[in-house]
Each structure stands twice: as C-alpha cells, then as structure tokens.
Design a protein around this ligand. Sequence first.
Ligand code: GLU
Length: 368
Amino acid sequence: MMIKKFNKIIIKVGSNSIVEPKTKKIKSKWLDRLCKDIAQIHKTTKIIIVCSGAIALGSKKISKSVLRKLEDKQAAASIGQIELAYQWRTKLKKYKINVSQILLTLEDSEVRRRYLNARNTISSLQNKNIIPIINENDTVATEEIKYGDNDKLAARVAQMIGADLLVLLSDVDGLYENNPKKVKNAKKISEIFKIDKKIENLAKSQTSELGSGGMTTKIIAAKICSDNGCTTIITNSNKHNPISSININNSTFFYPSTSKNSSRKKWLLNHLNPTGSFIIDEGAKNAINKNKSLLPAGIIEIRGKFKRGDVVSILVKNGSKIALGISAYDYNDAKKIIGRNTNEINKILGFEGRDEVVHKDNLVKFSS
Ligand code: GLU
C-alpha cells in the first residue's frame, strides 16, 4: 500500500463523490466501501475526514430547483449536515470507530487563539482514536468570511495539524495535460514537483456539478500543502478501495516543496511578534538544545503582558535570545507556576493546565 508511509492523513470527500447529483441522496453503497477502506487504514494511521455535501443533501428539502440565495444555501447546509454526520457515524460504527463533528469557519484557521484551540481539539480526538468529520460552518459563513470550498478548508486543516498527506477524492483520476472530458486519450500527470503557472493554467478548465470546487481549487489546496511540507494526491473516488489502492499510475501526486518542520518555523517567525519573554536557567537551556519542551521549573523570570497562545522570546540569563515559542499560559498564570514542579500546576492554578509552558512543537530554536 503506497500510502502506508504517511502518518497523518486528511481525506477530502467532495459533494459529487458522496451525493447522487440527480436524486441528491447519499451514495450509500459507495460510502460503505470507503468506510471499509478507511477502517483498514485507521489501524495504523491517524485520519481526518473533510466532507462536503451538506448543501446538496439539504437542498432537496427546500426546493426542487438549484438554490441561488445565500440564506437558502445556509438553511440547506443546516439540514444536510445532520444527515452527513449521521451517515458517517452509522457506517464507521460497524468497524467500532467513533466519529466527531467539527464545523469550522475561515477565522478558525487564521486567528491564532482559535487556530490553537481547533488544533488542540483535533489532536485530543486523535489521541483517543476518534475520527473527526469536518465541514465548513456554512450556516454562519457568508461570502466574505468563508473558505468557499472544502479543498481549501482541507488544506488549511492539513496545515493546522501538521498532516503529511491530503487526499482529494475527485471524479477524475488526477490532473491531465488536457481536459479528459473533452480530449480523448488525454494524458494524466503522475507526479508534480513544483506547482507553477503552467500547472495552474492546466487546472482552469474543469468544474463539477454539485460542489463549489473544481481542478483550480484543488491546485490551490495542493499549493498550500506543498508550502507546508505535506503531499497532496488527487485521485478518483470511484474505484474499489479508493484510498488503499492509490498509486502514481491511478492518481496525481504533488510533492512538498519544504519540510514540515521548516515550514512551521517559517510560520512562527513570520506571523508572530513576541509579546513577552521568559528567562530560563541552564537546565532548561540544555533541554531546549536537546529539542525538549520548556517546563515551568526551568523558568526564572517572565516579562511582558502576554496571553495564552502568544509568542514569547526565550532568553538565557546573560540576555541572549535562544528561541521563540508559543506560551500555553497567560502572564498571570505563568507567573504563579514558574520555578515550580509540573505536578504542582493543578494545585496552584486550580485547574488542569498543560505540563509544558512551551511545548516542543511550538518552539523554534535560533541557530547559535
Ligand atoms: N461546505 C459545503 C457543503 O457541505 C461544500 C463546499 C464545497 O463544495 O467545497 O455542502
């Protein structure tokens, strides 16, 4: 199985794959097959599903014709979403897999605090082997404030949780040198190492019936992933074992242009201005040098009015800055626990806080 080497996979299911375009009903047999495939892979891999189809499913309860008004689409989404969630829950339950529902808006991946909260929720679910089923929160998202399509949403989720693979299930095998629906014998591209203007132009020609995506949004998603150290695969949803049968002959692979670590580092360094600083002792400095987290015991002093989720500079006693990190505590709470043992946090603060003040995944060391 080619996708075996990936550890965290996002599978994006489009409206056209999961909803019958004419009847607007769930493609139940197809979903059964997909769930069987997912259940196999889930044994060794963390999976997140980003699933469209709420508007398509709900629209039949509102009108026979295509919905045009935003509020009608929002209403349809709120009707269809419960059915979507129900379908996933029932079908994965057969394999003793529990699911959860997460509805996101654009701000949840752009505003730092919300981004961190969403990320923590997803990782907590994953630690409990639960598969999150994600969709855009269409009921509150209006044109200006939405992702717009689930290809982009899936790419943002991949970036948020540091996934190493995004699978975009589609009604075509991948990106072709010509539009396969118009040109006979059009050649599929197997591997793409760089998403340039030529690739973007190739993608412009295809749109689909139900969803809002097309090849263009898939390429935008692949680009976001590539810049964040994540591989993207476009593959046909309509094959037996749609995920485990993936290989370069039946799909298009887009490879990352950077490693996951360096892209996270770039994000931290570019996005965030430190609002505070931690002065740490020799032991904590050694721990950081060994890629470990910063615990409260190693912090001697804190400065600045930072909030939870803000970036702080990490300095040694002589004042030299050795790292940047995201603080798991605000100034007031951090002040109470510095110099103390991790197992005292609960008692001091009166709530179950994190063991690390800066977790190693949220820490960027400066090369000395
Ligand atoms: N969120 C929309 C839905 O569930 C779909 C967006 C898309 O098609 O990409 O209906």
